[in-house]
Design a protein around this ligand. Structure first.
Ligand code: NAD
Length: 346
């Protein structure tokens, strides 16, 4: 019998890449995408698969909208990507993060509880664990494991951690078949150009300054989005119900290193870099220990950074109109977030 998969938030960056992945790997699945099409959601991201999916515009914070999708399609698999995702936006206005990320997730769980579902997977983030700081123990670097206590520092991370706790509670209380994945920073096609890599790429191409927060030495572990999608697929179909899986690729880079790589690839001067007042509560380092993914599910990253950052740059260069259309939706936020920031020297 054909399975129905509901991909929530499937018009965003990672969600749309996952829709492409499922459409190519599981041609027998009926794919339903539910997305509110906020500033970050974009139907253009689904253009290549539009004949293979059913798209529903709807807000997960609205229980009626969620219930009607569940009643109409009775999905067996549900993967939730929908979220407000931009840390800077969560600092400017945290309320919507509570509504979408926490209430929206709880609505989905509640809808699942009333149906016979096979599996619900919550897509979460390394940010829920807080900050590894610059700390090394006995000279060895530290990593987040699935047992690291949750310690979110910004409203975005707090909302994602809260959602994770609701997911866990529905497993413990109602035996709902849930899974949680927590991944590091992704890069690749269709990322909304407010985020570091596409934002800096486009500014650099137009010879505009690249405003780096603080001293630029904040470390993130960068994973190609297709690796993330394959990992989610693996957890969705083979993960142990009720468990958390950390996803990462041991590809740690500072924001400054990422910026310098982009400048070098574009043949632009380092003088475009400016250091600006730091983000509030800016975590210093995130890094995952993905041992459980490797040992229990046989997953390892397949897309090396050196090659796929080039592919990513080429994709954005070939999709400048897509970026321009996205960027127009961000003008107000960009002014609010960057115009008041003082320059700093480091
Ligand atoms: N981008 C990363 O590097 C990264 C890393 C780890 C985890 N994650 C997690 O992965 C998920 C997807 O991230 P992304 O970068 O693709 O985000 P994104 O901002 O590109 O996309 C979010 C999608 O959710 C939709 N959405 C927002 N509010 C909604 C609502 N109320 N109802 C229905 N749909 C709504 C948007 O329209 C958009 O299509 C998020 O849950 C995020 O926390 C992202």
């Amino acid at each position: 019998m054909s399975q129905t998969i509901l991909i929530v938030g499937g018009a965003g960056f990672i969600g749309s890449n996952f829709v492409h992945h499922i459409a190519s790997q599981y041609p027998n699945y009926k794919i339903v995408v539910l997305d509110a099409l906020t500033y970050a959601g974009n139907l253009e991201n689904l253009e290549f698969v539009k004949d293979k999916i059913i798209f529903i515009k709807g807000n997960i914070a609205d229980m009626n909208a969620v219930s009607s999708v569940f009643q109409e399609y009775s999905p067996q698999y549900i993967v939730n990507f929908a979220a407000e995702t931009h840390v800077d936006r969560s600092i400017v206005g945290p309320q919507i993060f509570l509504e979408t990320n926490v209430k929206g997730t709880q609505n989905l769980l509640e809808a699942c509880r009333k149906m016979e579902i096979k599996r619900y997977l919550q897509v979460s983030t390394d940010e829920v664990y807080g900050d590894l700081g610059d700390h090394f123990l006995n000279d060895a670097p530290q990593y987040f494991t699935e047992n690291t206590p949750l310690s979110p520092n910004c409203p975005y991370a707090a909302s994602k951690a809260s959602a994770d706790l609701f997911v866990r509670s529905y497993f413990e209380t109602y035996s709902l078949p849930v899974l949680i994945t927590r991944c590091t920073n992704n890069y690749g096609p269709y990322q909304y150009p407010e985020k570091l890599i596409p934002f800096f790429l486009f500014r650099a191409m137009q010879n505009q300054s690249l405003p780096i927060y603080g001293d630029g030495k904040n470390v993130r572990d960068w994973l190609y989005v297709k690796d993330h999608c394959e990992a989610i697929d693996r957890v969705l179909h083979h993960g142990k119900i009720g468990e958390v899986y950390n996803i990462g690729g041991h590809n740690e880079k500072t924001n400054l290193q990422i910026t310098e790589i982009l400048l070098e690839k574009l043949g632009k001067p380092k003088s475009l870099i400016t250091f600006v007042e730091d983000r509030l509560a800016h975590d210093r380092r995130y890094a995952m220990d993905p041992t459980k993914m490797r040992e229990q599910l046989g997953w390892e990253p397949r897309y090396p950074f050196e090659k796929w950052i080039d592919e990513t740059i080429s994709w954005y260069m070939e999709h400048q109109e897509w970026v321009d259309r996205c960027a127009k939706r961000s003008e107000e936020f960009r002014k609010q977030n960057y115009d008041q920031r003082k320059e700093e020297t480091h």
